[in-house]
Ligand binder design. Structure first.
Ligand code: BTN
Length: 389
């Protein structure tokens, strides 16, 4: 059983996102009311002008906010209201309003008379702008759909795959109401404490390659966790990430195919980053980076490094034909080899010793009867004979 799988409120059917960050808290109800009023009393031309001007005003506000943030980030010292006002061509009072908005979002900004504004700290928010700031990738995460709250980022990615979302698009949420795990389990995705994200991929490869795309994420996340926390993260086949015997991250890779080719793949990643406690039913098998170190980690930095490394490995796999070296690396991180395990399939269960990983990432099991079987991921769960590992 997937360990971080607990019951969440069954309110997932047809969930729509509460807010796409790039639309930043647009007061929808007021806009609709305005449109209704305008339709009643105005001509279509006036309505068009009204709509366009509301949109332009909204876009302008967003641009000013983004540019102001860039200016604050680029200046380590105070920057005067006058300088900001001149550079962005907006009034001092408009700047003051934007500063307050940023403060409400959690940015700590010091304001001093005769000196101006200074950015003290940036909150761990995973907005499109924060994630793109300093992100050095070509296409992975270059298009971001960020949500405060959503049913499931995997579901959202699948929905948008056919309508505008492009190869490499990232779907990310602060909280998932119906996070999904492997084998149709639910995935606990509390607000602000984890990385709940899905990468949309459109590779021109055969459907049989999906397992390797999933394994790549495991390698990448292991490396990033090791790099940023110093913890010894390992992989439990196929791609649970384990620290000190407990699961810190799960990966759910799904695909849609057409005529034996992949239309798109959704690579869903859930990492328990700053989670302080888990429900009783999973606390023995689930952990977080915070619980392992006592330290809070920046989700933004984790996500950015994952995106960069994922692109690197994905390219090695898709264009570089480097599967052999990738699987060698996977083997070195995989903790199952040499262990007695139980393999639970849809219709049967088998017990044996893990003797290796094939060149395409399957688990090689030698059963008690001496038979050697290659198991590929899909609808399979593997656990130790005496417990989770
Ligand atoms: C597992 O069972 O181990 C896989 C868990 C995958 C969870 C992630 S969180 C982001 C993405 N959206 C989902 O609904 N699930 C995946």
């Amino acid at each position: 059983m997937s360990p971080i799988t607990v019951s969440v409120a069954p309110i997932c059917e047809n969930m729509s996102p509460s807010r796409v960050t790039s639309l930043g808290g647009f007061p929808c109800a007021i806009a609709i009311a305005n449109v209704v009023m305008a339709t009643i009393i105005c001509s279509p031309v006036k309505l068009f002008i009204f709509f366009t001007s509301v949109y332009i005003m909204y876009e302008r506000k967003l641009i000013v906010k983004n540019q102001l943030l860039i200016m604050l980030k680029q200046n380590t010292d105070y920057i005067s209201g006058e300088a900001i006002s001149d550079s962005l061509d907006v009034s001092r009072s408009a700047i003051w309003k934007v500063i307050n908005k940023l403060k409400n979002e959690g940015y700590i900004i010091e304001a001093k008379t005769n000196k101006g504004y200074k950015l003290i700290s940036v909150p761990d928010i995973i907005s499109e702008q924060e994630l793109k700031d300093g992100l050095r990738t070509k296409y992975i995460g270059q298009k971001i759909f960020a949500f405060d709250e959503i049913g499931s980022t995997n579901e959202q990615a699948k929905k948008q795959a056919g309508s505008g979302a492009i190869n490499g698009s990232l779907f990310i949420a602060d909280r998932q109401l119906c996070g999904r795990g492997r084998l149709n389990k639910q995935w606990l995705s509390l607000a602000n404490v984890g990385v709940w994200m899905s990468i949309l991929l459109m590779p021109d490869v055969l459907p049989s390659k999906i397992m390797q795309i999933s394994l790549i994420s495991g390698i990448v996340i292991c490396k990033v966790i090791k790099n940023q926390t110093g913890l010894n993260a390992q992989i439990k086949w196929p791609n649970d990430i384990i620290i000190n015997g407990k699961k810190v991250c799960g990966i759910l890779t799904e695909m849609v195919t057409e005529e034996q080719r992949i239309s798109f793949v959704v690579n869903g990643i859930g990492i328990n980053v700053n989670t302080r406690e888990f429900p009783e039913e999973v606390e023995d098998i689930a952990t977080s980076l915070y619980l392992e170190t006592g330290k809070i980690f920046s989700r933004k930095l984790l996500i950015q490094e994952i995106l960069v490394k994922f692109e690197e490995y994905y390219e090695k796999f898709i264009y570089g034909n480097e599967l052999t070296s990738i699987i060698d690396e996977y083997r070195s991180m995989c903790l199952n080899v040499g262990k007695e395990v139980v393999v639970i399939m849809r219709d049967k269960q088998l017990q044996g010793k893990t003797v290796g990983i094939t060149e395409i990432g399957e688990l090689i099991i030698k059963t008690e009867a001496g038979e050697v079987i290659n198991v590929s991921s899909g609808e399979v769960s593997v656990r130790g004979v005496n417990g989770y590992i």
